[in-house]
Design a protein around this ligand. Structure first.
Ligand code: Q0Z
Length: 287
């Protein structure tokens, strides 16, 4: 880490530092959360997998939209980024009906003001991908909002721009993932604005922590899908009768090893790059 960086904040599994007035350092730890609780046991290399995947997708999508990434550090888990004015909405795109999208649809027939056909089942593919923005909750859960509420927060021009760019990003990345046997069910993007007012993709992008990845060969609509990365952890936690309140359980070695293998498999399938090569030379994902 940079010796003089000022700690700006902690996420559940990440840390943010200021390098100077224009640059931030985003550090992905090996912590894992499940059912909204950070567990006491780490998953070795999880932070590297997430940082490498984000860097890969930033590079793959740079012709669609500029992004905040300046450099990947040699530890593989730290990203130097441009410091931006962040937009106060989460830009979610859903291609499939899962999570809060499924909950809202079941209750109202709509998601974020988009009326959907009757009779859709859980995890079903939507007729077309939807832009479903949410507020950024400081604690607790983001709240889905409709177009009018999002326009109140960012303005109409910027709303139309982030909607168009988010849908383009989803289409590009979901096609690339599908070609490698992985469904990108949905994803949460964050954007900022640079000193010249240009939209910039920021934070992490198309990682297992910001997206739902499902193995295509196990896809079975009509219920929840196994998570590509965290299913071993969830299944183990379910065997314990844990009440999902803090503190969470320690994970046994086989659950740690299985989960690490799934993260590494996600990295290798999505990028086509051997994870060991990334650990050797993080810049390989940017080429
Ligand atoms: C990201 C977050 C984390 C805690 C602020 N390029 C940027 N410019 C300005 N602000 C941010 C970024 Cl990425 C920014 N977060 C989320 C990340 C720990 C919170 F690692 N907050």
């Amino acid at each position: 880490m940079s010796d003089t960086a000022l700690h700006l904040g902690s996420g559940k599994v990440r840390e943010l530092y200021a390098l100077d007035d224009e640059r931030l350092l985003l550090v992905a730890s090996d912590r894992i959360s499940t059912f909204d609780v950070v567990l006491p046991t780490e998953i070795p290399d999880k932070g590297r997998v997430l940082t490498g995947l984000s860097g890969f997708w930033f590079a793959q999508t740079r012709d669609l939209v500029p992004n905040h990434l300046l450099a990947l550090r040699s530890d593989g888990r730290s990203s130097e980024c441009r410091r931006l004015e962040m937009l106060p909405i989460e830009c979610v795109v859903r291609g499939y009906l899962a999570g809060s999208g499924w909950k809202d649809y079941r209750a109202t027939g709509e998601v974020c003001g988009h009326r959907l056909p009757d009779g859709l089942v859980e995890s079903q593919q939507l007729p077309e991908p939807l832009f479903t923005p949410a507020t950024k909750a400081q604690t607790g859960h983001d709240e889905n909002i409709d177009r009018a509420a999002a326009v109140e927060l960012v303005g109409e021009q910027r709303f139309d721009e982030v909607e168009r760019v988010s849908l383009e990003l989803y289409r590009t990345v979901s096609e690339q993932a599908a070609a490698r046997g992985i469904i990108l069910a949905d994803t949460k993007l964050e954007f900022g604005v640079d000193e010249r007012g240009r939209l910039v993709l920021a934070d992490e992008a198309f990682t297992p922590d910001s997206s739902r990845f499902w193995p295509a060969d196990e896809y079975a609509p009509g219920g929840p899908q196994p998570s590509f990365d965290k299913q071993f952890v969830r299944d183990y936690c379910e065997t314990l009768g844990w009440d999902k309140a803090y503190p969470g359980p320690e994970l046994p070695a086989d659950v740690v090893a299985g989960t690490r293998a799934r993260y590494v498999e996600a990295f290798e399938r999505l990028t086509g790059i051997a994870f060991d090569r990334y650990v050797d030379e993080p810049g390989v994902v940017l080429a």
